[in-house]
Design a protein around this ligand. Sequence first.
Ligand code: C2E
Ligand code: CA
Ligand code: CA
Ligand code: CA
Length: 278
Amino acid sequence: AKRDGGGVARRFDPVLFAAAEQRRVAEADLMRGLEAGEFEVHYQPIVDLTNGGMTVGVEALVRWRHPKKGLVPPALFLELAEQLGQVPRLGGWVLEEACRQAMDWQVQFPGFELNVNLSASQLGNPKLIDEVREVLVRTGLPPQDLVLELTESVALTDLVESARVLSALKELGVRIALDDFGTGFSSLSHLSTLPVDVVKIDRSFVQAMPETGGASVAEAVMHIARTFNLSPVAEGVEDAGQAERLKELACGRAQGYHFARPMPALGVTELLDKQSAE
Ligand code: C2E
Ligand code: CA
Ligand code: CA
Ligand code: CA
């Protein structure tokens, strides 16, 4: 170990060094991937439970098509992208790409809905409102068919500012959904403050629904949604029993592996072709 003037031992720590090195490599790789346009949008169908489970829209979900690692899920790169300040740029690309794609589906299914996730840094970006307006103009997507999803934690960091930005977005005609609803702390008190149209019931509540009888958080959340005139969408529906329960609870919309996994755009096109042939 070397000693500096203060007599403090400063040894070379191979573990720390490796971690820092790994991070530098990951950062450079992500920046390279962004430059090279290695990102894709996949789409998960959203179905109408009151109408035989027909696909009425999709949620856009970003993926990284890595040349060596294959398809990388957002959990493995969004946080780093956020730290590198790249999420507004990546998110802007996702929005435009998804709106363009949704226009294709709208030819066959007018009113086909597109949900797009917004991160905190996008919501905090003063250019967001102009960006959304311009994307709608460029792609021609009817604003009422675009739903912007944000998590409670995002919406609640600065409530006054969030309410202002969301109101401005709503003036464009788009709708707002609160994602992972119920997992945050003070969700209830803020439902009346934020201009929200849709609540997405977090998958943890859907998974916890009892097989038969019994009250559930999912049910309570649906009551709350209706009280505030919000449309509930159940997330993470993984089996027929859950779908059946949700239908009984008159939950209009649902999403989950039971219906379909996120898929490339072509998969949705094929699904809609099949659906229109039925
Ligand atoms: P989220 O918005 O809550 O999206 C739903 C996640 O649940 C997706 O994971 C989806 O693949 C997964 N999922 C859907 N159905 C089921 C199911 O039945 N069971 C289980 N266990 N999981 C299901 P994914 O695609 O890995 O995305 C993870 C998160 O990354 C998203 O959670 C969202 O917060 C974020 N994200 C994804 N795409 C974007 C984006 O374009 N922009 C931003 N800002 N965030 C994004
Ligand atoms: Ca979402
Ligand atoms: Ca969610
Ligand atoms: Ca989530």
